[in-house]
Design a binder for this molecule. Structure first.
Ligand code: SF4
Length: 365
């Protein structure tokens, strides 16, 4: 509002909290940091201002879903995560009643069947999560919930089997859990504060609770060896092979985010820090051009990051649920990818050429 007010009165927004601007002489001005907003009142967006059809997707088990945010920030300290710079490890949340009220309103008004919780870490406060689940039940909301959780919250029993079952019954059927690496060294570099066994235990418990869980993975960060990457591949195979509710993201290539400890390490190891906003906009985080990797590792990682989209044999067939031929092809290709992953064989891959052609045809259609 302060910024709008300054613009309306054609004043320079000098000194306004969290505002950076360039004046008429090309000089940059940075305002002081702003205190975080309080989220303890009901924050319901004005849905009359948008065409809601543009925001309803089918990313959650293929049913109509809408994204909501119920909290911001995360108290953890993962060394690669934007949250460190963005939220200073401060977690702030709307109270449970406000969340329930908001979700009930969008379910009844827009006829959606699922909510996609966009919070960084929805499960920080167990009491609040339990109250939200009870609220959904009391109001008879038949809604699937998809949200992010840490592996140690589940492995430690903070969310035990009984509670996971109750949450599932209240709609919490889809979770995303940040695994990131299958090696203790990798997890330590990432400051994940979890162990590989925590990830395994979380997988077992979530499987028993019949909660569809997508584990996220990354590779190519400073200090990670090829042996570590092979351990991550092996863990991906193990999780999806032992739990039919488990899914795996592809191995995402590490992206250096400013303000994080791993960013400083990446720069120390030769990653060229962009100097301007234009240079930042031009960075291709998918290129695999990370100076600490040798050429052979870069080539392998580029291939692995594409093919592991299909590794779990579930995500892509579900994605193509409306196209039976593509669904069948994705399932077959998933088996090929798992065969490759078990042998660490990502050399000859004619399928990458085929995928590129498919992308081009789709872009032209
Ligand atoms: S737990 Fe997730 S949101 Fe929190 S710091 Fe780690 S990566 Fe970021």
């Amino acid at each position: 509002m302060d910024l709008l007010d300054a613009l309306r009165h054609e004043r320079e927004p000098k000194g306004l909290g969290a505002v950076t601007f360039m004046d008429a002489h090309g000089e940059m001005h940075h305002g002081p940091p702003r205190p975080f907003m309080r989220l303890d009142e009901t924050l319901i967006p004005d849905y009359d201002l948008v065409d809601i059809g543009d925001y309803i997707t089918t990313q959650t088990l293929g049913v109509r879903d809408l994204a909501v945010t119920t909290s911001r920030g995360c108290p953890s300290r993962c060394s690669f995560c934007y949250n460190l710079a963005f939220a200073n490890r401060r977690w702030r949340a709307q109270p449970a009643e406000a969340v329930v009220e908001h979700v009930e309103m969008i379910v009844r008004r827009f006829g959606i069947n699922a909510i996609l919780v966009k919070d960084d870490n929805f499960f920080v406060n167990r009491k609040r999560v339990t109250a939200i689940a009870e609220g959904f039940k009391e109001r008879g909301l038949d809604v699937v919930v998809r949200a992010e959780c840490r592996a140690d919250y589940i492995a430690s029993g903070h969310y035990d089997d009984a509670l996971l079952g109750e949450l599932r019954d209240a709609g919490f059927q889809v979770l995303t859990v940040g695994a990131e690496s299958g090696s203790e060294i990798g997890l330590s570099i990432l400051d994940k504060d979890i162990t590989v066994d925590d990830i395994r235990t979380a997988n077992e418990r979530l499987g028993r609770a019949k909660v569809t869980t997508k584990f996220t993975f990354m590779c190519g960060f400073p200090g990670e060896s090829w042996a570590n990457i092979k351990q991550t591949l092996a863990l991906m195979l193990e999780l999806v092979g032992t739990n039919r509710y488990a899914r795996a993201t592809p191995m995402h290539l590490y992206a250096p985010y400013p303000g994080t400890p791993l960013f400083d390490e990446a720069v120390a190891q030769g990653w060229e820090k962009p100097a301007t906003l234009e240079e930042w906009a031009a960075v291709d985080f998918h290129s695999g051009e990370l100076p600490w990797l040798d050429e052979e590792t870069k080539r392998r990682l580029r291939r692995m990051t594409v093919s592991t989209y299909f590794l779990d044999g579930r995500t892509m067939p579900e994605y193509f649920s409306q196209a039976p031929m593509m669904r069948a092809a994705a399932a077959v290709y998933g088996a090929v990818v798992r065969w490759r992953a078990r042998r660490n064989n990502f050399h000859l891959m004619p399928e990458l050429w085929l995928m590129e052609q498919y992308r081009r045809v789709k872009a032209m259609a």
